[in-house]
Write a protein of this length. Structure first.
Ligand code: ADP
Ligand code: MG
Length: 325
């Protein structure tokens, strides 16, 4: 792995820091990266270095090249809308990179878990994701820039869809078909990890981080991934504002679909949301806060039903139950 001294050397070469002592202060967060805050003469920056192996229970090996995909995504998304990503300042040795630190911006997940729920913000998240999808849809050069199918398979399709399929013979045909559809779909530039923990709440709206799983693929995946998190938190908190926020996110996203028939996308997103919901209670990356067996049962029963009888994501959200009578 690249030594921290090489990172500092890279920061010097990029003109971001001077010859004096440079302190890499670890930031909380990641299972897949080292993330540091570094004070520089021109203000604080963040340095991110991918780890060869993720820090989660099940061993997920992932090539460090995903650092490069993340930088590419951040730059591409910034070209779509300056406000929705931090500025990348330099690429560093070992697929590490430096970006501007955004001060005073809480992580959306923390806001939601603290009960600060803002439908307008959820809608902005939907708009932001849709804007990147719309700008990159059916674009040959974006397709060529993100040839990350293998990585997406290893980090998303396998652990979230096929892992559950291997354990559940009844759902296996539907989940395997869904995995095949997802792997072969190439419509737009997908972020791949649109989770509330990867979104900062800035005064100007959402700022998206952590695009290591970026791939040219099915935009429905991003919508499904984020919606899943809101629905899980709705069950955890039994707070109807969370499923309302999910509805606001889906509606705003829908307003941005200009590259295909919205109904097709909403159905794909509904199928993926059902599978991702199940994966978050049975898969390799369970939602850490969903420890109550009753919460898990509520998610599992609905998700299984929706995998067998799919529903478009807007209807799925409208019918979502936070508890069983
Ligand atoms: N540009 C930034 N400005 C402010 N905080 C940041 C920035 N980048 C990352 N962070 C903080 O570091 C955490 C981890 O960053 P992230 O890119 O999500 O890495 P990981 O892959 O380790 O999850 C984020 O949740 C956020 O709190
Ligand atoms: Mg993250």
């Amino acid at each position: 792995m690249t030594a921290e001294a090489d990172i500092v050397e890279g920061l010097r070469a990029a003109g971001l820091v001077g010859e004096g002592n440079v302190v890499l202060e670890p930031l909380t967060g990641g299972v897949s990266c080292d993330v540091w805050k570094v004070e520089t003469p021109s203000g604080p920056i963040v340095v991110k270095r991918p780890l060869p192996q993720l820090r989660v229970a099940a061993e997920w090996l992932a090539p460090v090249e995903r650092g490069t995909s993340e930088v590419r995504w951040l730059k591409r998304a910034r070209g779509v809308d300056l406000r929705i990503v931090p500025e990348v300042l330099a690429e560093l040795p070992g697929h590490a990179f430096a970006m501007r630190f955004l001060p005073g911006c809480p992580v959306w997940k923390d806001e939601l878990m603290a009960g600060r729920v803002d439908h307008g913000f959820a809608a902005q998240v939907g708009q932001g994701i849709a804007a990147v999808h719309a700008a990159t849809a059916h674009n040959e050069s974006d397709r060529a820039d993100f040839p990350n199918d293998e990585m997406f398979r290893a980090l998303r399709v396998d652990p979230f869809l096929l892992h559950v399929a291997r354990q559940d013979s009844e759902l296996a045909p539907a989940l395997t078909a869904l995995a095949d559809d997802l792997s072969s779909c190439r419509i737009a530039l997908v972020h791949g990890d649109v989770s509330p923990k990867n979104i900062l709440v800035s005064a100007g709206g959402p700022v998206f981080l952590d695009a290591e799983c970026a791939v040219y693929g099915d935009p429905a995946f991003d919508l499904a991934f984020c919606t899943t998190h809101l629905l899980l938190k709705a069950v955890w908190s039994d707070d109807r504002r969370l499923d309302e926020s999910a509805a606001a996110l889906v509606a705003a996203y829908c307003g941005g679909i200009d590259w295909e028939d919205a109904n097709d996308l909403l159905l794909r997103a509904g199928k993926l949301t059902a599978a991702l919901l199940l994966a978050r209670v049975e898969g390799k990356s369970p939602a850490p806060y969903l420890t109550d067996p009753e919460h898990r049962r509520i998610v599992r029963d609905q998700a299984r039903g929706l995998i067998i009888a799919p529903s478009p994501v807007d209807a799925l959200v409208a019918n979502w139950k936070r508890k069983f009578a």
